[in-house]
Design a protein around this ligand. Structure first.
Ligand SMILES: NC(=O)c1ccc[n+]([C@@H]2O[C@H](COP(=O)([O-])OP(=O)(O)OC[C@H]3O[C@@H](n4cnc5c(N)ncnc54)[C@H](OP(=O)(O)O)[C@@H]3O)[C@@H](O)[C@H]2O)c1
Length: 284
């Protein structure tokens, strides 16, 4: 389907990797980039959702590759495969990530490590592999450059029930800042997109019903974001409009980051103020 917003062909010739492109924000971003002419490789642990994203894209412009971003050999294999097939990587969207909602006092050492490993180490492995192998050495000794977009989390002043992920995403944001300075000499631009609440299948089915029902009430704009709104921002950054954007943490959250409501907000904790824990429900 053509983009509803941007000019066709805007990203012709670009090659992008979108991690976690088999669902939610990653799928929407991959499809928008492909609609604008980019060749997009989506990766994740499960093949089936990735193949579904590929099937939804026009002109075979999305390819599915199974890759667990926590595993160095799989990340290297992914980068090998993309370079072998396309010869370049212009954009990496580090969207794969996740956490489980739980009161901080119930987070086990293993649980904390799991969230850090996925969101921080996985993002770092992908970033390092793509940057060193595809963005630093161009033709004639000039760096080829590129863009890296990291998905993080809003609000920045803390999301109760997600202490592990709040810590992990803060780490990724500072990584974004430091690399935007250190790798500017290669023409590599990095941005973090601090996502507020988006109506993805994961958000709608994984979190406690009270949270799903009440969360829009914590957003000043009064609603959740749509996957498409997120994808447009990724496409904007990939386009020439994003060429001077680097080191920025762009918050896309309906002003949630600026809201400091009373704690606890009605219905989002138990009666004693303890954050609710995750409870998965069947998909609609
Ligand atoms: N939706 C929101 O409101 C919201 C808000 C703030 C931040 N975010 C963040 O935005 C990103 C996308 O969110 P979403 O709502 O679209 O969630 P989602 O649908 O659950 O997407 C997460 C994706 O990451 C992939 N993934 C998980 N572990 C992986 C691993 N080890 N290696 C490779 N891929 C892996 C998953 O695929 P497999 O399971 O097949 O690996 C899945 O496609 C996530 O980082 C999320 O935490 C979302």
């Amino acid at each position: 389907m053509p983009s509803q917003l941007f000019q066709p062909g805007l990203l012709d010739g670009q090659v992008a990797i979108v991690s976690g492109g088999g669902s939610g924000l990653g799928r929407a971003s991959a499809l928008e980039l492909a609609a604008l002419g980019a060749a997009v490789v989506v990766c994740g642990r499960r093949g089936e959702p990735l193949e579904e994203t590929a099937a939804r894209a026009d002109g075979g412009r999305v390819e599915a590759r199974v890759c667990d971003i926590r595993e160095e050999d799989q990340v290297d294999g992914l980068v090998d495969a993309v370079l072998e097939r396309h010869g370049r990587i212009d954009l990496l969207v580090n969207n794969a990530g996740g956490q489980y909602m739980t009161p901080a006092e119930d987070i086990t050492p293993k649980g904390f490590r799991t969230v850090m490993r996925l969101n921080v180490e996985g993002t770092w492995l992908m970033t390092h592999a793509v940057a060193t192998r595809a963005m630093m050495d161009g033709r004639d000794g000039d760096p080829s450059g590129g863009k890296i977009v990291n998905v993080t989390l809003s609000p920045h002043h803390g999301l109760p029930g997600m202490a592990h992920s709040s810590a992990a995403r803060a780490a990724v944001e500072n990584l974004t800042r430091v690399l935007s300075i250190e790798w500017a000499r290669f023409g590599i631009k990095l941005t973090a997109l601090a996502a507020g609440h988006f109506a993805t299948e994961t958000l709608m089915t994984k979190y406690p019903k009270q949270v799903v029902d009440g969360v829009a009430g914590t957003v000043p704009l009064g609603r959740l974001g749509t996957e498409q709104e997120f994808a447009w921002l990724v496409a904007y950054l990939a386009s020439p409009a994003g060429d001077y954007v680097s080191g920025a943490i762009l918050t896309i959250d309906g002003a949630r980051d600026n809201w400091f409501g009373a704690w606890p907000p009605g219905g989002l904790t138990d009666a004693a103020g303890k954050p609710l824990a995750e409870q998965r429900r069947p998909k609609p």
